[in-house]
Design a protein around this ligand. Structure first.
Ligand code: SAH
Length: 347
């Protein structure tokens, strides 16, 4: 029989589990706090449980984990990139970014990705598997342990498409938010999606306070189809409708991410078309000069181009910011580090 992953269970699920193994319900809260408040990695560390219960837990349960195998600290800005090994030796990456308002962590939700965006290194070898909620939490817990500092916000922008791993990601959000655990406010969690429309409607109806970021990267279907294959099934008009539904339902402002690729999506005509498509929306645009990916022939737009694109959008009343680039000396972008590590390991 496969062991139950106790770290991915809500308190209620843990209570049911305790009942199933013939233990008192109140034990669930103790175990939950060990896992999510004290963040231990083994049952043997749960010292207020009897030895026999610890043995029983070892036999029936497991604790999902993420072990740091490599760590790179940027000399420019202290951004730190972690490579974590999971069960089955799967490798994922996470990034710690330090801001004046606190520490933000970017976590992965899948090993690899199957969305196929042509500018992204995470998707080059497809997806291997989904992460469990416990594995998503572990990335945060390990980074807190390593730095001795609290993580104050989390973005689901590492490798993987969060809405392609919907159930586990929802579990993760609720566990991270739990008062008996990390107690991270939902407003401090950002979920980024390439635009899986059906799942966006489901998410809108979950009554969450998280921020939704949508990777738009284009002003129309023609350009978007070229760089994001997922757009062929999830066309522009329906995507914008889904975004409107999300912000109308949750009253939360959507962030649109727009990676600026030289000669592909960065003309003033593109900015004009974008401003027309997003008119009257509760939104904010984040421009990101694309990180060059050596496997593809994409170059980032010049800073002048990015500035005039932003200026144009702002002049049309669409709030637009340019993302500050962190950790460029450590390949901190989108699956580049993991790919290098796997190539090294293969050799
Ligand atoms: N699958 C989700 C989240 C992971 S990617 C999504 O698509 O939103 C996080 C963000 O980084 C997305 O906006 C993605 O499009 C962007 N991204 C991927 N590769 C990039 C690159 N080379 N340069 C700049 N942004 C990139």
């Amino acid at each position: 029989m496969s062991k139950a992953d106790l770290k991915s269970m809500s308190l209620e699920e843990l209570q049911i589990f305790m009942g199933e193994i013939g233990e008192a319900k109140f034990r669930a809260k103790q175990v939950f706090e060990w896992l999510h408040k004290k963040q231990v990695s083994s049952f043997d560390e749960m010292t207020n449980l009897s030895k026999s219960l610890r043995e029983k837990l070892n036999e029936t349960g497991k604790i999902s984990f993420a072990h740091a195998v490599e760590k790179y600290v940027s000399k420019q800005d202290n951004t730190t990139k972690y490579l974590f090994a999971l069960e089955n030796d799967n490798i994922i990456e996470s990034v710690l970014m330090r801001y004046s308002y606190g520490n933000a962590v970017c976590i992965s939700t899948q090993v690899g990705c199957r969305m196929g965006c042509t500018f992204c290194a995470s998707t080059l070898d497809g997806v291997e598997r989904n992460l469990t909620a416990g594995e998503m939490l572990s990335q945060i817990y390990e980074i807190q342990k390593d730095t001795g500092e609290r993580v104050s916000s989390v973005v689901l922008m590492g490798s993987g498409e969060p809405l392609d791993n919907y159930d586990n990601v929802l579990k993760f959000i609720r566990l991270a938010n739990d008062k008996n655990g990390l107690n991270l406010g939902q407003r401090h969690i950002t979920l980024s999606t390439c635009g899986l429309i059906e799942k966006m409607y489901l998410l809108a109806d979950e009554s969450l306070q998280i921020t939704l970021a949508v990777s738009l990267h284009a002003p129309n279907d023609e350009i978007r189809n070229r760089i994001m294959p997922i757009s062929k099934k999830n066309d522009y008009e329906r995507l914008i409708e889904a975004c409107k539904y999300y912000s109308d339902t949750t009253k939360r402002r959507i962030t649109f991410e727009y990676a600026m690729i030289s000669g592909v999506n960065d003309s003033i005509d593109c900015a004009r078309e974008l401003s027309e498509r997003l008119r009257n929306m509760l939104c904010h645009i984040n421009l990101i000069p694309v990180n060059d990916v050596k496997e593809r022939n994409y170059k980032k737009s010049s800073s002048e181009t990015v500035e005039s694109f932003a200026e144009f959008l702002n002049s049309r009343g669409i709030e637009t910011t340019v993302r500050r680039k962190l950790g460029s000396d450590i390949n901190a972008a989108c699956g580049q580090l993991r790919k290098g590590y796997l190539e090294k390991r293969q050799k």
